[in-house]
Design a protein around this ligand. Structure first.
Ligand SMILES: [Zn+2]
Length: 262
């Protein structure tokens, strides 16, 4: 039996995939990746994500502005994103967040585009995909405030912390607020703490992703990452959790389908 997985976070629109995009998508689908969410990082890339979702029934799109792109966001970016969400294959807002490690955009701009997208997600009742790097306290405060303000509205605030690499205590804070925790290929790197953290978390809140073309699992480290490699992340985590791979795949797939309504 082949296992079935969802790659909950891929960047299929990037130029790294230009020469063989269709082949690597077919390869993923043939090896048990049943669904892929391709994630926009600005308005243009979000449009490309939607085009890919139109081409493949198994691909869905998220539309958003990444913290790296915050400085370059047009004043009308929220209206543009809102317009894009009318497409039936758009299942989330993101990715958005805070990145105080790279600091490619000013903190002020990062906060502004994040808060705007959080409000949009609540308004449209869509999940949010969060990128947080070296910004734990700021992110917990911002999301905590968002959840509190919207907890009584019909569209319950919800989302995922993607590429989670913090400790168990921080994971639990996000989970308490209603978020899912998603892990990528770094779980297979030597001495990485993520498998031990994942083991302590409720299995109904864990998801897997590639974040391809980045964060290639250990086995192919140094090469370009692609959606079919999500199986390697699932394998590492299933081992750490002491679960059969099939069962881990089934549960994380169910989690992804529930959050994104796919
Ligand atoms: Zn990403």
């Amino acid at each position: 039996m082949t296992i079935q997985l969802v790659d909950t976070h891929a960047h299929l629109d990037v130029t790294e995939f230009d020469r063989d995009r269709d082949e690597l998508i077919s390869r993923a689908l043939a090896t048990g990746v049943t669904k892929i969410i391709t994630v926009g990082t600005n308005v243009t890339s979000s449009r490309r994500a939607i085009s890919l979702a139109e081409k493949y029934p198994q691909i869905y799109a998220a539309v958003g502005v990444h913290p790296h792109d915050a400085d370059r966001a047009e004043s009308t970016f929220l209206a543009q994103l809102s317009e894009l969400t009318r497409h039936s294959k758009v299942v989330a807002i993101g990715e958005t967040g805070l990145d105080f490690y790279r600091n490619y955009s000013s903190r002020e701009a990062q906060f502004n585009v994040l808060r705007g997208q959080l409000e949009l997600a609540a308004e449209l009742n869509l999940p949010i995909i969060i990128h947080a790097r070296q910004a734990v306290r700021e992110m917990i405060d911002t999301l905590g405030d968002w959840v509190k303000r919207h907890k009584d509205t019909s569209g319950k605030p919800r989302g995922v912390i993607h590429c989670f690499s913090e400790n168990e205590q921080i994971a639990r804070k996000y989970i308490e607020m209603g978020f899912y925790i998603s892990f990528a290929g770094y779980v297979s790197y030597p001495q990485n703490r993520a498998p031990a953290v994942a083991k302590k978390l409720p299995i109904d809140r864990i998801m897997v992703e590639t974040d391809c073309p980045f964060l290639t699992p250990q086995k192919y480290r140094g090469k370009r990452n692609e959606p079919s490699y999500v199986a390697l992340t699932a394998e590492t985590l299933a081992n750490a959790l002491g679960m059969p791979l099939e069962k881990f795949a089934e549960q994380t797939t169910e989690n992804a389908q529930k959050l994104f309504k796919i």
